[in-house]
Design a protein around this ligand. Structure first.
Ligand code: NAD
Length: 265
């Protein structure tokens, strides 16, 4: 956590940057949801730090493994993804939703699949790695919502399509799968035209999301990073904050006091 005097100084600069920006874009990672109680991947208590029944989470979340062992994937996901609806958005999610509502955010790009930005009220939220909210049949593409799948997974069954009996997969980008091309195009456009970028709680290690801030830097947009650990972009950042709770609380208060302005396109 930053010392109060230093934090106040840096936050005063950030407020000026937010007020002056017209094209602010935000990139969020698993770090922000740790404040809601959902573990991230690469922190000391992250999901990658322990194996599940001798299988690494990276392997569990690869598309090849899912195709061969959907029952193992769903047994893991039962304890994790199919509990995500029980978590609540935190002060960072709320602050971002409020800033958007008041016309200060062009887009929030998240690597999280936990649905918390939308639950907090963000509308311009782009889920780069998909979301646990939606599911499709791997054969005929029939649609299935989270609640329906959760009921099946909690009974220790693998969800299968009512139409063709093939395995159903959550609309989450597994390792070995590509991100949605349309979504990436929107991201490249927004980051290229951004006049301010906030990166909140991401290790900036997972591509292609980790590359997005470089599109803004090419255009000399200021970059603000909030992370307890160092990232490879720190030397390019205009401002660095270390604690998401501290930043989130200040940001929410600030957003509450802002006048609403004309909503950006
Ligand atoms: P990551 O785990 O690689 O990085 C999280 C970062 O947040 C770390 O660098 C950590 O230092 C920082 N952090 C954690 N708590 C913090 C706090 N209180 N204050 C300041 N910084 C804090 O996560 P990532 O960059 O999003 O990367 C990767 C992958 O993890 C993505 O593919 C994402 O889909 C997946 N993931 C998502 C969730 C989720 O949906 N909530 C959870 C775990 C992993």
């Amino acid at each position: 956590m930053d010392k109060p005097a230093l934090f106040e100084k840096k936050f005063a600069t950030l407020k000026g940057m937010i007020k002056g920006s017209r094209q602010m874009v935000v990139l969020t990672g698993a770090g922000i949801s740790t404040l809601s109680g959902i573990p991230d991947f690469r922190s000391a208590k992250g999901v990658y730090t322990k194996k599940w029944n001798e299988i690494s989470v990276e392997r569990l979340l690869s598309i090849g493994y899912f195709e061969q062992h959907p029952e193992v994937f769903y047994a893991w996901a039962k304890e994790y993804w199919y509990r995500l609806d029980t978590f609540e958005p935190n002060v960072v999610h709320r602050a971002l939703a409020l800033l958007e509502q008041k016309g200060y955010i062009r887009g929030v790009f998240t690597q999280n699949i936990d649905m918390l930005h939308k639950k907090a009220g963000s509308k311009k939220c782009y889920e780069l790695h998909g979301s646990a909210e939606h599911h499709h049949c791997t054969m005929c593409n029939a649609y299935y919502p989270y609640e329906q799948m959760k009921a099946i997974v909690l009974k220790d069954e693998v969800p299968r399509c009512r139409e063709c009996n093939a395995v159903i997969k959550p609309d989450i980008v597994f390792y070995g799968e590509n991100l949605d091309r349309n979504l990436l195009s929107i991201a490249y456009e927004m980051f290229s035209h951004a006049d301010l970028v906030l990166v909140l709680g991401s290790s900036l290690l997972v591509q292609p999301a980790a590359n997005l801030p470089s599109y803004a830097l090419q255009n000399s947009a200021p970059l603000v990073i909030v992370n307890a650990q160092k990232t490879s972009y720190d030397s390019s950042a205009t401002l660095l904050f270390s604690d998401l709770q501290q930043l989130g609380e200040a940001l929410e208060l600030y957003a509450q006091g802002l006048e609403a302005r004309k909503v950006l396109l």
